[in-house]
Each structure stands twice: as structure tokens, then as C-alpha cells.
Ligand binder design. Structure first.
Ligand code: CP
Length: 311
């Protein structure tokens, strides 16, 4: 397969087609086998990744770092920017140009929509968007879709129900774009009225002839859902904390809710969770967020780094 990701930025899930997803997923399969058999390789020896995280992260930061380590590369970890010159008021372009002169790829998480694109405009190096505010989180969408496709073997024909903060949930924005490539799929969007999917994204899905439905209640959908994708109500995106308090536990997945979910369905969550899935659900074999989804983040990011940095 031709590697059309070499040297490329990863800024939006909208940039992928099915061919490039096949390449990323087959490379992730290889990375999984590599980690399980040998722990890693020296494929990226001599390559350095800057991880520039202006917002908190556990999984994305941790899996990018370990991906580089497992492939024999190095990294500059900037998690929180308190101890870099950003705290002295340095601009994003200056920070990006600085670390571009030390490394081969920049991974950036930032609270502002479009920050990753702005970073990419200031360097020749490939830039990977690790989450830009309420915009997108394309690498999360890749690992989510990889998890779904590994489980069901095919994506067309699935009914995916996404629940929670659909307005601010960047993982939702990105995975919806990827799923739209596999029509016929049915996408159910379940949220409180003030947290509905952004109009522009809904219009894009409609243009792509995806079957979409919006609901406020989840119950009646459980028996018809193949993938239940739950997200956190995002406190950090609310200006009015009273609204957040009212909505934070609008949807809670408990063992009783799981009884109504199809036996063959899977339950996913990008994490972190703050009470929207109770911990006693973790033992349910359909709960893939603990068993597969997180680990797949590392295989997908190993795949991306290897494809972007090696011809
Ligand atoms: N899913 C995700 O982006 O998790 P982190 O915020 O911990 O990176």
C-alpha cells in the first residue's frame, strides 16, 4: 500500500478516506503484534517528537510518549506549559518554531479551535492535532474506529449511538466524520437540548447522506444500538457552572442500563469519565473502554508516527 501519510499533518478527521484508514489500521495491527512479541523496535531511532500540551491529558500524552519510546525514538515532553517560556507570554508561533528546530514532528493539544492548524502554518514539520478545544481530536477518532472495526470486522450497517456533550465533545466531532465514510451507518445523537451536535457538522453528515437522528432520551435506543459511545459533560467548556451542575449526571450508564443494551453491542468512552459510567459496569464484557480502547490508542499512535516519519 502506498504511504500517503509520509510527512503529512494530522489536523482533522475530515482529511481521511477509507484507503488511508485501511493503511493506518493495518499498520496498527502490525504494531500490536510487534509490541506483544518484542515490546518495540528501532524504527524511529534518531527521530524526536515534541509533545506540546497546553491542556491536561493522561491517555493522549502518555500514549504518544510511549509510542515514540517503543519505536526507538526520543521526545520532548511539555505537559502543561508552566515551566516553558509560554508562561512568560511566548506566542504559539514562536513556541512551535523553537521546538521545530529540535524535533521531527510536533504533537499539540491546545484549548483553542484551530490551534493545531495555526501551528502547522508556522512549521514545515508534520503537526498532529491531539485535541484543539471544542474542535477535533482526530487521533482519538482513529483509535475509536479501529476499536469498532476490530470488534465488528465491518463498519457499514452499524448503528452508533453517541451520548453526552455533543456540542463540546471533540471526540464526537471527529468520529462522526470518520463514520460518515462507511454509509450506510445510522448515527443517533443523544444529548440535552443545549448540548446538541454543532449545526455545521450535522449539515455535513446530511450532505454525506448519513442516517442521523437526534434524541434527548437514551432508553428506547439501547436495544437497537451496536456501539454505545458515552462522553463526559465537559465542565471546562461551561461559562455557567449552574448549568453544568444541572447536566453533569444527565446520563449515567449503570448495570441496569446495560441490561437494556443489545447483547452484541459494545460500550465505549474516550475517557476521562466523571460518573457517567459507574465503575460496576467495567466488568461487563461489552465495556471496551478499559480493555481495548485505551491500549488501541498506543497502537494507532505508533502506526501514525511510523507512517508520518518513515517512507
Ligand atoms: N481521550 C483523551 O483524550 O484522554 P486524555 O484527555 O487523558 O488525553
Amino acid at each position: 500500500m502506498i504511504n500517503n501519510l509520509y510527512g503529512q499533518d494530522i489536523l482533522s478527521a475530515g482529511q481521511f478516506d477509507r484507503k488511508s484508514l485501511d493503511l493506518i489500521f493495518s499498520t496498527a495491527d502490525r504494531m500490536k503484534r510487534l509490541v506483544k512479541s518484542k515490546g518495540g523496535s528501532n524504527l524511529l531511532k534518531g527521530k524526536i517528537m515534541t509533545a506540546l500540551f497546553y491542556e491536561p491529558s493522561s491517555r493522549t500524552f502518555g500514549s504518544f510518549i510511549t509510542s515514540m519510546q517503543r519505536l526507538g525514538g526520543g521526545f520532548i515532553p511539555l505537559q502543561g506549559v508552566t515551566y516553558s517560556s509560554v508562561s512568560k507570554g511566548e506566542t504559539l508561533p514562536d513556541t512551535v518554531r523553537t521546538f521545530a528546530s529540535y524535533s521531527n514532528v510536533i504533537v499539540i493539544r491546545h484549548p483553542e479551535v484551530g490551534a493545531a492548524k495555526m501551528a502547522a502554518d508556522f512549521t514545515e514539520l508534520p503537526v498532529i492535532n491531539a485535541g484543539d478545544g471544542v474542535g477535533e481530536h482526530p487521533t482519538q477518532a482513529l483509535l475509536d474506529l479501529y476499536t469498532i472495526s476490530s470488534h465488528f470486522k465491518k463498519l457499514s450497517g452499524l448503528t452508533v449511538t453517541m451520548v453526552g456533550d455533543l456540542l463540546n465533545g471533540r471526540t464526537i466531532h471527529s468520529i462522526s466524520k470518520l463514520l460518515s465514510l462507511y454509509s450506510p451507518v445510522t448515527l443517533n445523537f443523544v444529548s440535552p437540548d443545549i448540548l446538541k451536535l454543532p449545526h455545521e457538522l450535522m449539515n455535513l453528515l446530511l450532505e454525506r447522506k448519513v442516517t442521523v437522528h437526534e434524541y434527548e432520551k437514551l432508553d428506547e435506543l439501547l436495544s437497537k444500538t451496536d456501539v454505545l459511545y458515552v462522553t463526559r459533560i465537559q465542565k471546562e467548556r461551561f461559562t455557567d457552572l449552574k448549568s453544568y451542575e444541572k447536566l453533569k449526571h444527565f446520563y449515567v450508564i449503570t448495570p441496569d442500563v446495560m441490561k437494556k443494551l443489545k447483547k452484541s453491542a459494545i460500550l465505549m468512552h474516550p475517557l476521562p469519565r466523571v460518573g457517567e459510567i459507574t465503575i460496576d459496569v467495567d466488568l461487563d464484557p461489552r465495556a471496551l473502554y478499559v480493555r481495548e480502547q485505551m491500549a488501541n490508542g498506543m497502537y494507532i499512535r505508533m502506526a501514525l508516527l511510523s507512517l508520518i516519519l518513515k517512507k
